[in-house]
Design a binder for this molecule. Structure first.
Ligand code: PLP
Length: 388
């Protein structure tokens, strides 16, 4: 069932956010928006075609099989035995993040995140008129949580903590000890944990994703987890995510909010795709993980051997690399323009992930090796020019 990930697929004129909407000039290589330039498993494509052939696209409900398939996937992949009744659905994880905030906080309430962090968290918090509180991660060789700072922020009246696990953009897979400590502190200060685990299946060899809610009964009762097959099988355009809420009171409250905004049902093709991917996509996923790991290793080596001004931070999961560019002789505020306009490679500016992302860039390396090499060569040429 594996696809040829070396194949260069033309995504232009497919309404691709990455290839059609995100930049103006067509000679710029897009390495930003978080989807993969790979085909999904063939079985997914076949199932969607079969369903589409029916030709009648009226209202549908969510079949019971979806719950069973999700439960089985989470059990096999993450050794977490969930109850089917804990599950809720939402169109996307973004919709869940936007809705969780009004469901469990009031305007002006404080919501905590670890930075640098996926920009949609801070955007959703401020969009909802809540106060964004950040606890900056500390970078030495790798990133670590400053637990003293985290506790201090919790003690200052935080209502909600939104965890990104694995963490976009730093590619970190949180360990059991880190998760337990975060969880214990949140419970000590009565802070509800929202765990966005959309990247949970993209984890490299030697690391293991642990759902924070799986660590104890108490943590399960004090958390709500967001997951989706979107990142795992490249299905983000299909709109079918789910929520795991073991605590029935929290679950009912959130269900009401999702219904209020009408995002509580996934798209028909999203269900078809996720069911087939979770049932038959394991081999494809193992192959894609190998390919991604090799891309990262290639990229990291390229930087250390050929562009020592840039360091790829250690990657434990996700296909979003985090590049420390602070040694390039360019004003941090102009870095992203430099990559776009001089190297002709579109990256995400680190600043968009929080203040301590300044001097960093995020690169999406879920693309064919040939494209990655082209991007790295372009970056090398541009950096060499400023060093002259
Ligand atoms: C941590 C995280 N959560 C959510 C999303 C978006 O999820 P969805 O496509 O389901 O809205 C992304 C996309 O990059 C992400 O990185």
């Amino acid at each position: 069932m594996s696809r040829n990930f070396d194949e260069i697929i033309n995504r232009k004129n497919t309404w691709s956010l990455k290839w059609d909407f995100n930049f103006q000039q067509h000679d710029i290589l897009p390495m930003s928006i978080a989807d993969m330039d790979f085909y999904s498993p063939k079985a997914v494509e076949n199932a969607i075609i079969e369903r589409a052939k029916h030709g009648l696209y009226g209202y549908v409900g969510v079949p019971d099989t979806f719950k069973k398939i999700i439960k089985s996937w989470i059990n096999r992949r993450h050794e977490w035995d969930i109850d089917e009744e804990w599950l809720l659905y939402s169109y996307t994880v973004t919709a869940s993040i936007r809705n969780i905030i009004p469901a469990f906080t009031d305007p002006g309430d404080k919501i905590l995140i670890l930075t640098p962090c996926y920009g949609s968290f801070s955007y959703s918090i401020t969009l909802n008129n809540r106060e964004l509180v950040t606890s900056p991660l500390i970078l030495q060789e790798n990133y670590a949580i400053d637990f003293d700072d985290f506790e201090k922020k919790l003690s200052e009246g935080v209502k909600l903590f939104i965890l990104c696990s694995p963490h976009n953009p730093i590619g970190k897979v949180w360990t059991k000890d880190e998760l337990l400590k975060l969880g214990e502190l949140c419970m000590l200060y009565n802070v509800l944990i929202i765990s966005d685990e959309i990247h949970s299946d993209i984890v490299f060899k030697g690391y293991k994703h642990i759902p924070i809610a799986s660590l104890s009964f108490e943590l399960a009762q004090n958390s709500i987890t967001f997951m989706s097959a979107g990142k795992t099988f490249n299905l983000s355009g299909l709109g079918a995510s789910y929520i795991i809420a073991p605590n029935s009171a929290l679950r009912e409250k959130f269900k009401k909010q999702l219904k209020l905004t009408g995002v509580h049902e996934p798209n028909i093709f999203g269900i078809v795709a996720a069911e087939v991917a979770y049932s038959y996509g394991q081999q494809w996923l193992e192959a894609v993980l190998d390919y991604l790991q090799n891309n990262y290793d290639f990229m990291s080596k390229f930087f250390s051997e050929k562009i020592p001004e840039i360091r790829a931070v250690n990657q434990e999961g996700t296909y979003l690399g985090w590049l420390d560019c602070r040694k390039i002789n360019i004003d941090c505020n102009e870095l992203n323009d430099f990559f776009t306009n001089k190297a002709r490679v579109k990256l995400n500016d680190g600043k968009a992930f929080g203040e301590n992302g300044t001097g960093f860039q995020r690169i999406n390396f879920a693309c064919s090796r040939v494209i990655l090499i082209e991007a790295l060569n372009r970056i090398q040429l541009a950096v060499n020019k400023i060093s002259i």
